[in-house]
Design a protein. Structure first.
Length: 508
């Protein structure tokens, strides 16, 4: 039996622009994200370009990833960038005390990261070391990367083989200063961040977009403290944006998160409800910012988001390796719907993480070296037309709900839409684990010349891709039915259980 709902979309009333940077990524020195994920080294038998895996780059280029955040995460506040430049055989080793307590050789450093960004066509987002670093250290990193004359740091960059300065727009002033980044109180961090910001200067025409490290999930007091400390004496802001982190961790806390592939229907629904609560976090942080910045000139950045499960059996606990199922794909889809609705304030988001860690879009099999596209990867790919498009208002009617054990209610459909260049894209998620839902798209304001749909699903909510079964969750073309109505154009689409679909429109 199929449930029915109606969605009204006004195609002629575009709203805020959905920044492509809401589809950003995050690569930390954690587990096999960098070493074994992006980086295999120049002696590897895996096809690579100067040590960077070719298949990983090719897969990510198909997503048009807009930015990549590096080197952390918690790792950022123990990373000293000078240890990662110069001849690799001369670079000092370091202990990664946060993630596995392993020794790293600094083979992947600043030049390797910048080469990776160039290969990806992505803009670099560098997280600087506030926790154990210095103002001078971060200031000189900016100079090293972005200055093009004969300054001391520019000369050092040339000595290390790079003549031309890079363009590096995004700079994070520390990471999680309330936790692994220094255990600071908000007022202490604000004063420190103001000092750092003062010495992070634009060099050679490179405009820095400075992001102050913000709140843990729903700590709205931290956002309030940052906004209070935003203005300089000349009235200009110290920061261009402030961040916060929000992971999807169902239940009552970080203990007993559950397995990525072994869960029941009740835990599935609890996960989706938790994911949908991210929108409340975005809205409430935005409300705090509106008090000080009603014109929304300061951006909000969600630079760590995604699911966090218990690690896969037999893997190193500190490496945070987890599988990725159809459930994770739907977590991603409802996040993107929320991002689109709040695009007037939310300017960037970075999934944690890109390869082999947490809710990754890619997995590299350590036994076969095969590259695996996760269900989450496909949601990113299907949503590419939302990049820099303008959000459309969607009004839903007749949406079914699921009542959870604690009395909470979960809407079983999630939709968002956007338009750009005489085209539109509508994203639809059916969160119902067992039942199909029919949706009538009531399209108003512009004539639809052509339409087509794609569908992502698997046999079960636990379905996931492996080296042996790489297409257990995959994308296929999906039938839709054009229906005449009194307002313009109608499209009827049947969404199977636990599925994600996009409907692309050519507008006349």
């Amino acid at each position: 039996m199929s449930e029915s709902a109606r969605a009204v979309v006004d195609l002629d009333a575009p709203g805020a622009t959905i920044s492509r940077h809401l589809y950003g990524h995050f690569a930390e020195h954690l587990g096999r994200c960098i070493y074994g994920g992006f980086w295999v080294g120049e002696d590897s038998s895996v096809p690579h370009t100067h040590g960077i895996r070719n298949d990983v780059v090719e897969a990510l280029r198909r997503l048009d990833i807009p930015n990549l955040r590096w080197p952390g995460g918690c790792f950022a506040d123990e990373y000293h960038w000078r240890d990662g430049i110069g001849p690799r055989q001369e670079r000092p080793r370091m202990v990664n005390s946060h993630w596995g307590d392993i020794v790293e050789d600094n083979a992947f450093g600043t030049h390797e990261f910048m080469q990776l960004c160039e290969m990806l066509g992505a803009e670099p987002y560098v997280s600087g070391n506030v926790g154990s670093g210095t103002v001078q250290e971060m200031s000189q990193w900016v100079e090293y990367l972005t200055r093009d004359d004969d300054s001391p740091m520019a000369a050092l960059r040339r000595q290390n083989g790079r003549d031309e300065a890079w363009r590096v727009p995004f700079w994070g002033i520390g990471n999680e200063p309330w936790g692994c980044g220094g255990q600071l109180r908000p007022e202490a961090y604000v004063e420190l961040a103001r000092q750092y910001s003062t010495y992070l200067r634009d060099q050679s025409g490179n405009r820095l977009y400075k992001i102050a490290a913000g709140a843990d999930a729903g700590d709205y007091g931290w956002t309030d403290a940052l906004m209070k400390g935003m203005a300089r004496n000349d009235g200009k802001p110290f920061f261009d944006a402030i961040s916060f982190h929000q992971y999807t961790v169902p239940g009552k806390g970080w203990s007993g998160r559950g397995r990525a592939t072994e869960f029941d229907t009740a835990w599935y629904y609890e996960t989706l409800l938790t994911a949908k609560r991210t929108e409340e976090r975005i809205r409430r942080h935005s409300d705090v910012m509106d008090v000080y910045d009603p014109d929304k000139t300061i951006g909000l950045v969600l630079d760590e988001w995604g699911t966090w499960w218990d690690v896969e059996p037999g893997t190193v606990p500190g490496f945070l390796y987890q599988q990725n199922t159809m459930r994770d794909a739907l977590v991603a889809s409802v996040h993107f719907d929320a991002f689109h609705r709040h695009a007037d304030r939310l300017v960037m988001a970075n999934i944690a993480q890109t390869v082999n860690v947490l809710q990754s879009v890619l997995l590299t099999d350590p036994e076969t070296d095969e590259l695996i596209l996760t269900p989450t990867y496909h949601v990113f790919e299907m949503n590419r037309a939302h990049h820099d498009a303008r959000a459309l208002d969607v009004r839903m009617h007749g949406v079914g709900r699921r009542t959870l054990e604690d009395g909470s209610e979960l809407d079983l459909l999630s939709l968002s839409a956007s338009t750009k260049d005489d085209e539109a894209l509508i994203s639809l998620s059916n969160l119902d684990a067992t039942q199909s839902h029919e949706v009538m798209l009531d399209l108003r304001g512009r004539r639809v010349a052509r339409s087509a749909a794609r569908l992502l699903t698997g046999d079960t909510v636990q379905a996931h891709n492996t080296a042996a079964s790489p297409d257990a969750v995959d994308v296929r073309n999906h039938p839709i039915q054009d229906v005449a109505n009194d307002f313009g154009h109608g499209i009827r689409i049947e969404l199977p259980p636990h599925s994600y679909a996009t409907v692309s429109l050519q507008l006349a």
